[in-house]
Design a protein around this ligand. Structure first.
Ligand code: F0G
Length: 357
């Protein structure tokens, strides 16, 4: 039938998955590519700007594309238990797909540093949630080791099937635009996603000459190991999704940026939050980390490191990786609180019209 049935059904023919794979899906993928004409104008104009809104996936982030692949492989192999370290989104996604496959999920998260919507998701889907008194990087070392000691499948992006799933976003962008965009901007944390996109675009180009984008990877200033050139012991950023000091696929991320003719840069928390507000002001509410890619684009243009003349007539796609609903507290802390009024017409009129009777 023509009904959409998820990324394995849609793109499985171009994914390198073992024969034992048994699809476990929540109909992830097929996310909107939203034109952002006002933001493009504000950034200088003359080019086309789109947001690939990955927050529209079943658990609210791009992780679902990779998780359907990783869980489908594990499920087909007869695995009963999966584990991951997470800043939150991977945890919620692993929990949901494990629930779908009736597997046990264990998620290890940094205490106090996971946004409310992600933690709630992991709990709601029935994962065993363990907060450690340490960072994401500490959690990742622990889960790598425990998955080597016991029959527990690791579903972080060190798992190659995660990348096979996540690269389908590149295929969708090419399907939507008819060819690859000229630039792709996206946030970089553990560096699985930038690696996946570059794999996807290269594979697509080899298959149907779709072209290759230049890639702008963006980290938060307080968690920018790929910009600094060394691990960050105590990463800090308001964008907790990418609060990572030792990216597992850091080398591949640097390669993707370099081979594509792009780069990896850092932006401040203030720039991230300003871009989050700006996107919401055009109807697209994303979590802070998801605004980093566009904050990076804005900064490059402002600093003259990318020129409007080079962008003229070109297409730029920014990947917005997670939904704004994931992190309600950031809004409560950074935006004015709603007015409280007595339930009276005069008070309401005064608040709305600025007049009192
Ligand atoms: N954006 C969001 C919303 C994320 O959750 C992540 C990573 C990234 C960007 C960066 O992607 O790690 O592939 O470079 N979140 C992981 C997690 C670390 O545990 O949910 P990456």
């Amino acid at each position: 039938s023509s009904l959409y049935s998820g990324v394995l059904a849609r793109y499985g023919a171009w994914m390198d998955l073992p024969a034992h794979t048994r699809p476990v899906t929540l109909l992830e993928g097929n996310t909107p590519l939203i034109p952002m004409p006002r933001l493009a104008q504000e950034l200088g104009g003359g080019f086309e700007l789109f947001v690939k809104f990955e927050g529209m996936n079943p658990t609210g982030s791009f992780k679902d594309r990779g998780m359907t692949a990783a869980i489908s492989e594990a499920f087909g192999r007869g695995v009963h238990t999966v584990i991951c370290a997470s800043t939150g989104n991977t945890a919620a996604s692993a929990a949901a797909y494990a629930a779908r496959a009736q597997m046990r999920a264990i998620v290890i998260i940094p205490e106090g540093k996971v946004a409310a919507g992600k933690l709630a998701g992991a709990v709601a889907y029935g994962a065993q949630v363990i907060q450690i008194q340490g960072s994401f990087d500490d959690a990742l070392s622990l889960v790598v080791e425990i998955s080597e000691r016991h029959p527990i499948a690791l579903v972080n992006s060190l798992n190659p099937y995660r990348l096979e799933g996540q690269k389908t976003a590149a295929f969708e962008i090419v399907d939507a635009l008819g060819s690859a965009p000229d630039w792709l901007c996206l946030p970089v944390g553990n560096a699985g996603n930038i690696t996946s996109y570059w794999m996807g675009f290269r594979q697509d180009h080899a298959r149907r000459s779709s072209g290759l984008p230049r890639i702008l990877g963006v980290q938060a200033e307080g968690a920018a190991p790929l910009v600094l050139g060394h691990p960050v012991e105590h990463p800090e950023t308001v964008a907790t999704a990418i609060r990572i000091g030792k990216p597992a696929r850091g080398e591949q991320a640097l390669e993707a940026a370099e081979q594509s003719g792009g780069r990896i840069i850092a932006v401040s928390d203030a720039e991230i939050l300003a871009m989050q507000r700006r996107l919401a002001g055009e109807g697209v509410w994303v979590e802070p980390a998801s605004a980093a890619g566009l904050a990076g684009l804005a900064r490059q243009l402002r600093e003259g490191k990318m020129r409007l003349s080079e962008l003229r007539g070109r297409r730029v796609v920014a990947v917005c990786t997670g939904h704004g609903l994931k992190d309600p507290e950031i809004i409560a802390h950074n935006m004015p609180a709603p007015l409280r009024l007595p339930a009276r017409m005069d008070a309401l009129e005064e608040a709305i019209l600025g007049v009192s009777r």
